[in-house]
Design a protein around this ligand. Structure first.
Ligand code: VG1
Ligand code: CO
Length: 542
């Protein structure tokens, strides 16, 4: 098979963000766009010759066509072997697992995660390294550099490969193994959790609702929850992956998982509710009339993980992204384990997990995971919660209120202002940056600023530094306000305002979060001059 070398030239803006390269689908479908990026990935990692890659995606519009392009290019670049999910589908955590299980050289994951899908929506591509985790900044910087100097890419003239049948096939000289996307993942979950205890829970009449949001987790949740641990058929809703996720945002939060929320926030609701995102790495946890904030979920899982067989020996440490609430910090202190604060994005957890410094990791954006893979993992979090509920034989609401009584409660919320003109968003960031030096010691809305800075992180394992990772303002009494611009959006700029306040008075643990946070919110608005955004309210509040 003749390798074809196609001349091309650099395309602007192929800089990977928080989680890979994300653009409008039509941009990705543009001439040479995908090809330039894929060739740059191979060039950045020292070529693909002789290597093995895992390839799969969340099934969104353009997934099927893009996989064919990537397979041809991998073969043309000399790759030895590709492991591909049947029909081109793999959840992000399942892809991470396959990369590790088969000791491959990495993987290409096609997804824009929680962003909507469709020809007029979003597409994305991410390279994961041989540890199964998102490529660290050093590698993504190198990929970007290669996109700026590319002059040709390599491909083959071949027919599309049939990805429908499990088994061995090939593209050019490259062997291709098509695997069932669920089997290996399910086996790993069997090893971590007490499926017998979870089955007993369902047999005792426990009711659950899982919203797969028409995205990739559908087949995984069906197989494991309904097929393996005995949840009744119909427990999983929106379980068939669709190219456009049914027209919604596959983002498991109260705004986008509206129907699930409505069902759970009622006295007649199921005992337990959960949802996951487009590529299966995020989770939302709910109980009857109970919403568990992702930051609280991380803290609760840290305090209770030992109840699941996979974590019965305890945790080496925990890590959370900087804007994630400090709830887990106090649990770590109580357990006597290390707690790390990293920049936003799962790539920053990889070294800590590889070095066995952290066992659990989490982000406020509905992401939790452990050292079983190198990605966050939606269904894993759901199964860990189920395992804990099965052992403790109590409700989600009780688990949460027990936790707050013991550790105090970090009221928490994130306000997103989406699709802002870039200059307007940047002006707000500059206004806050300009005040960082003078804020400490001043009082705003009755809150005294203890500390203010632009977050930078030095990786404790390899010493690499990442700067400008969000502006944080620490008030007395454990309250914080953080400003950050999103690195995953495709429309203008998205400002994220993260607000938290610590409450330890046992009589004040069940307030409405927005109410409890109102002073911190007012202070954050005041400091940033948020009214200059020209918006009455945030677009999404979580
Ligand atoms: C968002 C979240 C971040 C998460 C990232 C990828 O990034 O805030 O916590 O790691 O999405 O999640 P940003 O830069 O928009 O704030 V997903 O489920 O893409 O894989
Ligand atoms: Co995701």
């Amino acid at each position: 098979m003749d390798v074809r070398t196609i001349p091309t030239s650099p395309i602007d803006g192929q800089k990977p963000g928080t989680s890979g390269l994300r653009k409008k689908t039509r941009v990705f479908m543009g001439k040479h766009y995908l090809e330039n990026f894929v060739q740059s990935v191979f060039d950045a990692i020292g070529g693909a010759a002789g290597k093995t890659f895992v390839i799969g995606g969340d099934g969104r519009y353009f997934n099927a066509a893009a996989i064919q392009t990537i397979l041809r290019m991998a073969a043309a670049n000399g790759a030895k072997h590709a492991i591909v999910g049947q029909a081109g589908l793999l959840s992000t955590p399942a892809a991470s697992h396959l990369i590790r299980k088969h000791a491959t050289d990495g993987g290409l994951i096609l997804s824009a995660s929680h962003n909507p899908g469709g020809v007029d929506e979003d597409f994305g591509l991410k390279f994961n390294a041989d540890n199964g985790g998102p490529a660290p900044e050093g590698v993504t910087d190198e990929i970007f550099r290669k996109t700026l100097e590319i002059s040709s890419y390599r491909t083959l003239d071949t027919e599309d490969l049939d990805l429908s049948a499990i088994g061995e096939t090939s593209v050019g000289q490259m062997n291709v193994t098509i695997v069932d996307p669920v089997t290996d993942y399910q086996e790993m979950m069997e090893d971590l959790f007490d499926f017998k205890a979870i089955s007993d829970l369902f047999n005792s009449g426990f009711r659950m609702r899982f919203d797969a949001m028409h995205a990739i987790t559908g087949p995984y949740a069906k197989a494991i929850l309904e097929g393996r641990v005995g949840a009744p058929e119909g427990t999983v809703m929106n379980s068939v992956p669709k190219e456009d996720f049914g027209g919604g945002h596959p983002d498991p939060n109260p705004t986008w998982a509206k129907d699930l929320m409505a069902e759970m926030m009622s006295d007649a609701g199921p005992d337990f509710g959960a949802a996951s995102d487009g590529d299966g790495d995020r989770n939302m946890i709910l109980g009857r009339n109970t919403y568990v904030s992702p930051s609280d979920s991380l803290a609760v899982l840290t305090a209770n993980a030992h109840l699941a067989p996979g974590y019965s020996k305890g945790l080496a440490g925990v890590a959370r992204s900087m804007p994630t609430s400090c709830a887990v910090d106090r649990v770590a202190e109580d357990l006597g384990i290390e707690c790390f604060e990293t920049p936003t994005g799962w790539k920053f957890f990889g070294n800590l997990l590889d070095a066995s410094r952290a066992t659990l990791c989490g982000e406020e954006s509905f992401g939790t995971g452990s050292d079983h893979v190198r990605e966050k993992d939606g269904l894993w979090a759901v199964l860990l919660w189920l395992n804990i509920l099965a052992v403790r034989k109590t409700t989600v609401a009780e688990v949460l209120s027990d936790h707050w009584q013991r550790f105090g409660r970090n009221y928490y919320s994130r306000h997103d202002y989406e699709a802002l003109p870039t200059e307007t968003a940047q002006a707000l960031m500059s206004r806050v940056t300009d005040q960082l030096k003078t804020l400490p010691g001043t009082t705003v809305h009755g809150l005294t600023v203890e500390h203010a800075d632009s977050f930078s992180y030095q990786d404790p394992v390899d010493g690499s530094t990442s700067v400008n990772q969000g502006l944080r303002i620490q008030f007395d009494g454990g309250a914080r306000a953080i400003f950050r611009l999103s690195g995953t959006g495709t429309d203008g700029a998205t400002l994220r305002l993260y607000i938290e306040a610590l409450e330890t008075d046992p009589t004040k643990l069940s307030q409405d979060p927005q109410q409890a946070l109102s002073r911190v919110i007012a202070a954050a608005h005041n400091i940033s001059g948020i009214e200059k955004l020209g918006r009455d309210a945030p677009d999404v509040v979580t």
